[in-house]
Design a protein around this ligand. Structure first.
Ligand code: GTP
Ligand code: MN
Ligand code: MN
Length: 364
């Protein structure tokens, strides 16, 4: 019998929202390398290059088996010359000099430490570096004025840079569930973000809250936050207003006089099971809460489930292929000049002319 020695040549559609990407990544070595270059580009203010590396990594995450030669990649979208060179280096030499040099670079390391502080973005980190700050201790000693978020971020730096586990996410969920049920019986809470996609760890825990009766969710966020605060669960919280009102400003424009509180970035004080002496009785965990009226629930659910690349690609698909504007609030058809209603994620995919992709396959 003839032995088939041909290698597989991969193919894939070009938008991440057309592909099914599970957490079962057969090319983690390659995608970790490309993600690191994406992160470095983002930390350098080169967002375009960052997106290009993210898209390349996204394509490789979805391949059904490990890549063994670059020739297998000839037909694939999103893999530019630069990404292919990195892949080739790793396949042929076991590593990419560019990736290794980036990892070792002082600038990258310092930027990662400083932006690792909750509340610190690239611009602030840049400024501190220019002022000679190279690390956390130095920042603390410098007497720099930090805003409330950054103070909390620095204070809980270690906890917040340690992955949240699924069981910790469940413990947070139980608390949020109790808060929601206490302040508004009948309100519903859904786990969103990476944990909804089936991830086993995350950098935070994300929840979406709504009420089946339109309008009942108004004023809900401040009540939930007060309850959590009164029970001692919050180390930090910042609640921001909803910036959207359908019809008033058009599909993407923020409105000025909206008084629904919509989202809350917080740090929870999570009590852990104490299994021995010397263990801290609690730890800090980042938690994001979002409140949505039921009429926007499907859009909020889709928009906050991620991954970030999947979301970006959904909006790009909507705009470029369908002349529609998709947000976490609504879908607007620019040709028909009207909003398209949906009460489930399935309906939104259908409006967009896309096959339905469940959360566990949105891990691009
Ligand atoms: P980890 O938390 O790192 O495990 O991953 P994650 O996928 O949960 O990421 P994250 O918590 O940062 O975000 C969850 C989802 O919410 C992603 O799809 C983001 O695109 C989305 N998201 C984050 N911030 C915003 C925002 O300001 N507005 C909207 N509309 N969506 C956001
Ligand atoms: Mn998250
Ligand atoms: Mn989040």
């Amino acid at each position: 019998q003839l032995q088939v020695l041909e290698v597989v040549v991969f193919s894939a559609p070009s938008y991440a929202c057309q592909r099914r990407t599970t957490l079962d990544n057969h090319n983690a070595i390659l995608t970790d390398a490309l993600s690191l270059l994406a992160e470095n580009a983002e930390l350098s203010g080169e967002d375009g290059r960052g997106v290009a590396f993210r898209r390349a990594a996204g394509v490789l995450k979805g391949l059904p088996e490990p890549v063994t030669a670059v020739t297998q990649l000839v037909g694939l979208p999103c893999l530019g010359g630069h990404s292919l060179r990195v892949v080739k280096d790793i396949l042929e030499n076991g590593a990419s000099c560019e990736v290794e040099d980036t990892k070792q670079s002082e600038r990258f390391k310092v930027l990662k430490v400083l932006t690792g502080i909750f509340g610190v973005g690239v611009k602030t980190a840049e400024r501190w570096i220019q002022e000679g700050i190279r690390g956390l201790q130095q920042l603390q000693d410098s007497g720099r004025t930090l805003n409330r978020a950054q103070q909390a971020g620095l204070q809980h730096y270690e906890d917040l840079n340690q992955h949240v586990t699924r069981s910790e996410a469940d413990a947070v969920a139980a608390v949020v569930e109790e808060a929601v049920a206490s302040v508004l019986p009948g309100a519903r809470m859904t786990l969103i973000g990476g944990f909804r996609r089936g991830k086993l760890t995350g950098h935070d825990v994300d929840f979406l809250i709504t009420h089946p009766e339109e309008g009942r969710e108004v004023g809900l966020m401040p009540k939930v936050v007060s309850w959590l605060e009164s029970q001692g669960f919050l180390l930090y919280q910042k609640t921001t207003k909803n910036s959207y009102l359908e019809g008033e400003d058009g599909p993407a424009r923020p409105s000025s006089n909206m008084d629904r509180f919509e989202r809350c970035f917080s740090i929870f004080k999570l009590t852990e099971e104490v299994n021995g002496e010397g263990l801290k009785p609690w730890r800090a965990v980042r938690v994001d809460l979002v409140v949505s009226p039921i009429s926007q629930f499907a859009f909020a659910l889709l928009g906050w489930t991620g991954s970030k690349l999947f979301e970006r690609e959904l909006r790009r698909w909507a705009g470029h292929k369908k002349a529609m504007s998709l947000s976490s609030h609504a879908l607007y058809d620019n040709t028909q000049r009207r909003y398209l209603r949906a009460s489930s994620e399935e309906e939104i995919f259908a409006h967009l002319g896309l096959e339905y992709i469940p959360p566990s396959e949105r891990n691009a």
